[in-house]
Design a protein around this ligand. Structure first.
Ligand code: FAD
Length: 463
């Protein structure tokens, strides 16, 4: 089969690239997607009788109400809020200080004590923003920044300090401060550009309806909105990409060959770092060097359903922390009572090594660990066993190999740019190529548009 452009992957960036190409008159497209659905890392799944988000959940970077933002509105927020009217809730973390639990079974920490820890950490972050004004060669890790301004040679070591540190860093970047680059994250371009609020999408249509909405603008749909366009081919896992000066041939696992003038590879950084797709000839060293230097982080959202609620609800209770002496051990909890009253579901977030550890053990084992933590947090309550648990496994999944990219220390903007650069007729997109917003849904969306523009220019030059 032949097309002018083959897009590999139908996540947010691939679908957004297809729309930009179509808008420019390039409609001779073929989208090859390995799984049986579009949306990639934006994915709803049924859990305990309702739909929950196993991947992206928040629109990050939304202005405070009434704050003038002119053109600087997060494009995903415009679709979620204005076009689709998805149900969302602004996440408020202001009460973390009064919701931090001890690991020794004595309940909550003193609010003022935790507040002081948060204030101190905020001060260090603010000072870190100054480092970003220095030349790029002065970049340091977040942990080095903490040593510098906080005089803590090993970083935070006490349970409360560690969980606050985790909440301020790992909860956003899914990697610890010793890995993350200060200059690329302090301040965070997403919040500077679009605003500091984050909105939790809690809509039974799913966050993925944003991807369907964009796809529906250029792919044929049936009366019910399902995509029936033959240019979208599902269950087509690409195995090999052969490129020359004249054309590109793509081979899928089922043995089919597809030929095109250009290919747009939108698979995750984790997939590119694995050997799932063979490039022939192999990608040049400048390309693989840049791909291997960047990080694919792992962020895991574990959902637990209970026969009854035993945690506090009401204003200021949604997010709560478990301050363990083991950093990153079931640290950040959220109840979904605001979004779905009476659902009795808790969401606990873990990342990095803990995510990889948990992906390799049984869900029963994970449930037992989580239950032990909950019983330590609520020693005076009757805490029944969870009836259901859902543990996504993004890292083990060969079509993702992680959840989102994180900018590590040691990668400068020149090296970062190489990740998104085309190699001959092979173009690249994906959240990991977004100029300022890697790791986010809006990053994937904007990257798709940007990479498509580069391809369109390439095609124009060859006319
Ligand atoms: P993907 O969505 O990975 O799309 C790539 C597509 O390529 C996939 O559909 C995949 O199946 C396909 N593919 C892979 N290999 C092949 C192959 N060999 N052949 C054909 N197809 C292939 N972002 C936010 O903004 N807010 C959040 O709250 C948030 N939370 C997150 C939580 C989790 C757990 C995860 C996993 C991600 C989260 N993100 C969040 C990040 C966000 O989901 C991603 O940045 C974005 O969806 C990535 O889109 P993409 O198109 O770049 O990649």
């Amino acid at each position: 089969m032949k097309a002018k452009v083959i897009i590999i992957g139908a996540g947010m960036s691939g679908i957004s690239a297809g729309k930009q190409l179509s808008d420019a008159g390039i409609t001779d497209l073929l989208i090859l997607e390995a799984t049986d659905r579009i949306g990639g890392r934006i994915r709803k799944t049924e859990f305990a009788g309702m739909n929950i988000e196993m991947g992206a959940n928040w629109v990050e970077g939304v202005a405070h109400e009434g704050e003038a933002r002119n053109d600087d509105v997060n494009p995903i927020w415009s679709i979620v809020n204005n076009e689709l009217g998805l149900t969302t809730f602004c996440s408020n973390y202001d009460n973390i200080a009064s919701n931090t639990y001890n690991e020794d079974g004595t309940g909550l920490y003193d609010e003022d004590f935790v507040k002081r820890t948060i204030d101190e950490a905020n001060e260090v972050q603010k000072k870190g923003n100054k480092i970003s004004e220095r030349p790029r060669s002065d970049d340091i890790s977040v942990m080095a920044m903490q040593r510098f301004f906080e005089h803590t040679p090993y970083g935070p070591t006490k349970p409360v300090d560690m969980v606050i540190d985790y909440y301020m860093n790992d909860y956003e970047f899914a990697e610890p401060p010793r890995v993350t680059s200060v200059q690329s994250t302090h301040p965070l371009p997403t919040f500077v550009k679009f605003g500091e609020n984050v909105y939790f999408v809690a809509d039974q249509r799913g966050y993925e309806s944003v991807v369907h909405y964009i796809a529906g603008q250029y792919l044929e749909t049936d009366g019910l909105g399902a995509i029936v366009d033959p240019r979208l081919m599902l269950n087509k896992a690409v195995q090999e990409i052969t490129y020359s000066e004249d054309c590109v041939t793509v081979k899928t696992e089922d043995g089919w060959l597809y030929e095109a003038e250009y290919v747009m590879v939108s698979v995750s950084l984790g997939v590119l770092q694995s050997n799932l797709i063979t490039f022939s000839p192999p990608l040049p060293e400048w390309k693989t060097f840049s791909l291997y230097q960047f990080d694919m982080a792992v962020y895991t959202k574990i959902f637990l359903k209970f026969p009854k609620r035993f945690w506090p609800v009401g204003s200021g209770t949604e997010f709560f922390l478990y301050a363990s002496s083991r950093r990153g051990y079931y640290p950040i909890w959220q109840h979904l009572e605001k979004e779905y009253p009476g659902c009795s579901i808790l969401l606990v977030t873990i990342t990095d090594d803990e995510s990889r550890r948990i992906e390799q053990q049984s869900d029963e084992q994970t449930k037992a660990e989580a239950m032990e933590v909950l019983r330590k947090m609520f020693p005076d309550r009757d805490v029944p066993d969870a009836t259901d648990i859902f543990v996504p496994r993004w890292w083990s999944d060969k079509f993702f190999r992680g959840s989102f990219s994180n900018w590590p220390i040691g990668v400068d903007s020149y090296e970062y740019d190489q990740i998104g650069k085309p190699v001959g007729r092979v173009h690249f997109t994906g959240e990991h190529t977004s100029e300022h917003y890697n790791g986010y849904v809006h990053g994937a969306y904007l990257a798709g548009k940007h990479s498509a523009d580069i391809l369109i220019d390439h095609a124009k030059r060859e006319k």
